[in-house]
Design a protein around this ligand. Structure first.
Ligand SMILES: Nc1ncnc2c1ncn2[C@@H]1O[C@H](COP(=O)(O)OP(=O)(O)OP(=O)(O)O)[C@@H](O)[C@H]1O
Length: 482
């Protein structure tokens, strides 16, 4: 493959070694499951074979599971070279890691937080001689989301030499291109796979319009159907929060589904164990937060279900990319409530394709509705009896302290904000009452979302029943809830 500078690949272009022999930094953007890992592992191993020493290469990646997966690829492909690697991630023994680092492995694969901790606290190893710095899922590493890596990255970038080759990879690089360019120097070579549609052709993408309150019944019905019809299929269900992930797992277990959970509030050993059980197909259902949405390569995954519609199109791209990998086929179903329709439109616009409706037997959903809702409530009560929320609070406080914030001050600010919001709400309610008393309430109630309707006109692939614009049947036929 050859390229143009900062452009798409062009025939006969110069590649990433300039005429002067100096290696240019590289930014690689290709669809999920297309083999980006091997695209950086193989050239690094080739260079390592010419001049083997440690520490030769540093790979930084956002999640611990991904670090282990990348290390596995280095091990398999680097076996003939007698490659020595070292994985530096949080949740594992820091002393053992320090010892491994001091033994000068050829390749270090790390998550930012733990590596920065080692750099701050230890002088038994050095990254001053590395030739390659790889930032896998580079856009995530630079994002300032719920986990902000920027401070740790500063420490890491301060510890690596200026003369190095930096390689940035992701399926969604383009949105953060300008920030990434500041990391990649010496006229970065930018390679982007040419395709209008940003998801793979082998992926069938569907949405299922469901009222918020009956979402779980639809989920249970979908899983039951897939289990009955395709015994060997593995399914990943993505949820928005750790708590939801935990509750859904408890709930599915109550229905005797073989499920495991993966989220950041679990101990690292439990996380690895859950993933291993799912990878080996001992458990066919993985319920996960976005900690599993990037990079994980599990060939047996046939279906991805989004229990919540992702708030950002790029999260959607990575989540659904856990299936239909390396030329295989896969199915992604996104549960969409009346409040999420604008999110679906944003996703469709980004991926340049329309999601089509997935039709289900609604009578079957209705038949399990009460049982599912009661089970969920029972699981919620069980979880409330544990210290799950308390643990979350402790973790939050720890994170704030690490970020240099005062947790008590932050709590006070949050409480004040909530007070202001409450006052605003009361004020709006009073205005609404007054308007209604004057017979002017109509224009305000129009702002409320109508369950089941899809603003933005009819969609492609609507089922023959033509649910677009109409209230879904399940919503009208719901039996009274217990
Ligand atoms: N040339 C190849 N031929 C066949 N399979 C390949 C090839 N290169 C890579 N693979 C396999 O394709 C799968 C997906 O590769 P990989 O995990 O690197 O994808 P990716 O592009 O990094 O995806 P993501 O964006 O989701 O991280 C892996 O199982 C890998 O072993």
């Amino acid at each position: 493959m050859t390229c143009s500078q900062e452009g798409r690949p062009v025939p006969g272009g110069g590649g990433c070694v300039e005429a002067t022999g100096v290696c240019r930094d590289c930014m690689g953007c290709a669809k999920t499951g297309s083999g980006k890992t091997a695209a950086f592992v193989l050239p690094i191993l080739q260079k390592l074979s010419e001049d083997p020493y440690g520490i030769f290469c540093l790979v930084v990646t956002p999640t611990r599971e991904l670090a282990y997966q990348i290390a596995e690829q280095f091990r398999v492909l680097g076996k003939p070279l007698g490659l020595k690697d070292c994985i530096i991630v949080g949740g594992m023994d820091m002393v053992a890691q320090a010892l491994e680092l001091s033994r000068k492995p050829h390749v270090v694969i790390a998550t930012p937080g733990r590596l920065a901790d080692h750099l701050r606290s230890s002088n038994t190893f050095s990254l001053r001689k590395i030739k390659f710095l790889v930032l896998d899922e580079a856009d995530r590493l630079l994002e300032q989301g719920c986990t902000d890596f920027t401070k740790d990255l500063e420490v890491i970038l301060g510890a690596v030499p200026a003369t190095r080759q930096t390689l940035l990879f992701s399926a969604t690089l383009t949105d953060t291109l300008n920030e990434l360019k500041s990391l990649a120097m010496n006229k970065p070579f930018f390679w982007e796979s040419q395709a209008e549609v940003r998801t793979v052709d082998e992926l069938v993408q569907r949405y299922l319009l469901v009222p918020e309150k009956v979402k779980d019944a639809y989920l249970v019905h979908l899983i039951q159907t897939f289990q009955d019809e395709h015994e060997d299929w593995s399914i990943i269900i993505f949820t928005s929060t750790c708590k939801d992930c935990q509750i859904l797992n408890m709930m599915l277990k109550q229905f005797n589904f073989p499920s495991v959970a993966l989220h950041s509030m679990m101990k690292q050993k439990q996380r690895f164990a859950a993933l291993a059980k799912f990878k080996s197909s001992v458990f066919k259902i993985l319920i996960a937060t976005d900690v599993a949405s990037r990079g994980l390569d599990i060939p047996t995954v046939q279906v991805v279900i989004n229990h919540n519609t992702p708030g950002l199109p790029k999260i959607y791209i990575h989540r659904v990319g856990r299936t239909a990998r390396a030329g295989r086929h896969g199915l992604a179903i996104t549960l969409v409530t009346q409040y999420d329709i604008h999110l679906v439109h944003a996703i469709e616009e980004q991926i340049k394709t329309k999601l089509q409706e997935f039709s289900v037997e609604e009578r079957a959903v209705l038949s399990i509705l009460t049982q599912v809702n009661v089970t969920r409530r029972e699981c919620e009560i069980k979880l409330e009896a544990t210290d799950f929320d308390e643990k979350k609070e402790i973790n939050k406080r720890k994170q704030m302290i690490l970020e240099g914030k005062d947790p008590d001050l932050e709590a006070k600010r949050k409480a004040e904000l909530a007070k202001i919001k409450k006052k605003n709400k009361q004020f709006r309610a009073r205005v609404q009452q007054t308007l209604q008393a004057l017979g002017l309430g109509e224009s305000y109630t129009e702002l409320e979302p109508h369950p089941g309707s899809i603003p933005g006109g009819p969609r492609t692939g609507t089922s023959p029943e033509g649910r677009s614009g109409a209230e879904p049947r399940a919503l009208r036929e719901l039996p009274p809830m217990g």
